[in-house]
Design a protein around this ligand. Sequence first.
Ligand code: AHG
Ligand code: MN
Ligand code: MN
Ligand code: MN
Length: 334
Amino acid sequence: MRHKNQTLGEFIIENQEEFKYSSGELSRLINSIRLAAKVVNHEVNKAGLVDILGAAGETNVQGESQQKLDVYANEAFIKTLTNREIVCGIASEEEDHFITIKGRNQNNDNKYVVLIDPLDGSSNIDVNVSVGTIFSIYRRVTPSGTPVTLEDFLQPGNKQVAAGYIIYGTSTMIVYTTGHGVNGFTLNPAIGTYYHSHPNMQFPEDGTIYSVNEGNYVHFPQGVKDYIKYCQREEGDRPYTSRYIGSLVSDFHRNMIKGGIYIYPNTAKNPDGKLRLLYECNPMAFIAEQAGGLASNGFTRILDIQPTELHQRVPFICGSRNMVLKAEEFMQNA
Ligand code: AHG
Ligand code: MN
Ligand code: MN
Ligand code: MN
């Protein structure tokens, strides 16, 4: 139920019974993400004023140069999630290995694992363009009372109990799902409260925006090249409009509101694609499907892929239902 001026805090409490596991722990977990997001938001907002822009000087496990805000956001989320008796393990784009959290009594009896892309769109930080955070939540599969194992993190996306993103944009928003549709909340920075501004978000079934880094065009698989040509052809509602920010969160968010498709295919440089299955594609795929959209690697539903590695990459096609179906058709007929 939604009423006027409902806050995220009120929404979480009022919808608690909808959660599959209604112990209140998942609510508390989302609460702690909301808190960490405020801390990161504060730092992102003043990024030009303090010495937080630029490279941190380290290379992460992905082979990328870490930005200072990557490191800051990573620490902020890990700290906030560790301090509560809910999470038994965290895996992050910025960490080589997963982190085990034993809990206050060293009992290993917390139930949830969190996978996180602490700062998405790093390359946009220094130029004041929207960045984001992506999170994905599972119940552990190994027995409570033992330390988490890799198996707890390598679950297919269809086992997610919640997923969401924060967009640090012209306004800051949290958008998330617990498997009962997608809801968006906008932060009023003056009072530090998120309001339920976007109830029951839905991808339009059709769209006219395609988002892909066309600089890599010559290296794309034939099916993607054919689909892009299809988008550009003058026929019916085409040519479509090309929009690419370079922050998955922002490109996805715009496409969900306006109708569109996001594509990051495999290329010669990135033979498995660039985006990470566990930190980026699975959570976005869960949100997309909950909003009536689709997410695929061109051949298989993203959420049905059995992960084999923590930092696994996968080609990603995601967005309005009919657009993804059309792109898949081109992929499969190429
Ligand atoms: P991250 O900043 O978390 O490493 O993710 C970057 C990702 C994603 O946000 C974006 O859509 C994509 O990389 C952009 O890649 P290109 O610059 O190769 O287009
Ligand atoms: Mn990165
Ligand atoms: Mn990312
Ligand atoms: Mn990142």
